[in-house]
Design a protein around this ligand. Structure first.
Ligand code: PGA
Length: 251
């Protein structure tokens, strides 16, 4: 928890070459953006080299996933060490779409977090409950369990490189944002779980973002909630002018 905010855009499987070029052209001409905001976007793998070339110094390029094995027979996937080689240092891990559509388990996510942290990279670890779990008031249990599983066997000394995103599945792409109370309760369970894997100082220093239907109009309010260090944004990060407004909302 610091005054520094983090605004990350998850582009998912969107944009073609021309869109990526247009995005960075607008972003790079945005003038001075707040110095206290760390911001970046996550394009698809094939657009990473282009994004790295087009971005300005302030912008971070993030990958949406990685293979936890440095190389080998894993047709179709990109390894954490190939990302590191490219100088992509931030990687989203355990997004709910990976968990549901690609059947990623907590054990898979644990391997990715271990590989990234050991390589000196920053995982953006996504956790969050389903609608059914939310209705059953299991948010704290689910978030605690997902953090605990993701951090199993990790050297606590590496945890300062971790970023966590609390993303209730029912809020992703639905236009339904979690309430302040929902977010504060979940983030405090997340920090308790990090403290249990490391210590309270590390837990308090770990940036925790909120994700799920964040828009330019609600981003400032959400980033003002206790314990929220920034936002992970899907749909509203695609338009460069909306993204600039999201970044400015962190000032
Ligand atoms: P959304 O997606 O902002 O479109 O709800 C968030 C996410 O999936 O990270």
């Amino acid at each position: 928890m610091t005054n520094r905010k983090i605004v990350l855009g998850n582009w998912k499987t969107n944009k073609n070459v021309a869109d990526v070029k247009a995005f960075f052209s607008t972003l790079n001409q945005a003038g001075d953006l707040p110095k206290n905001v760390i911001f970046g976007v996550a394009p698809v793998f094939v657009h990473l080299p282009m994004a790295l070339q087009l971005k300005n110094a302030q912008t971070i390029v993030v990958a949406q996933d990685c293979n936890p094995h440095s190389s080998g027979a894993f047709t179709g996937s990109v390894s954490y060490s190939q990302l590191k080689d490219l100088e992509v240092n931030h990687v989203i891990v355990g997004h709910s779409e990976r968990r549901t559509l690609y059947h990623e388990t907590d054990a898979d996510i644990n391997l990715k977090v271990i590989a990234l942290l050991n390589a000196g990279l920053t995982p953006v670890l996504c956790v969050g409950e389903s609608l059914q779990e939310y209705d059953a008031k299991q948010t704290k249990i689910v978030c605690t369990q997902q953090i605990k599983a993701a951090l199993t066997g990790i050297d606590a000394a590496l945890l300062p490189n971790l970023i966590v995103a609390y993303e209730p599945v029912w809020a992703i792409g639905t236009g339904r944002t979690a309430t302040e109370n929902d977010v504060v309760v979940a983030i405090s369970a997340i920090r308790d779980a990090i403290a249990a894997s490391a210590n309270t100082a590390t837990a308090n220093a770990t940036p925790v973002l909120y994700g799920g239907s964040v828009k330019p109009d609600n981003a400032r309010t959400i980033m003002g909630w206790p314990g929220v260090d920034g936002v992970l944004v899907g749909g509203a990060s695609l338009d460069p002018n909306d993204f600039i407004r999201l970044v400015k909302a962190g000032a």
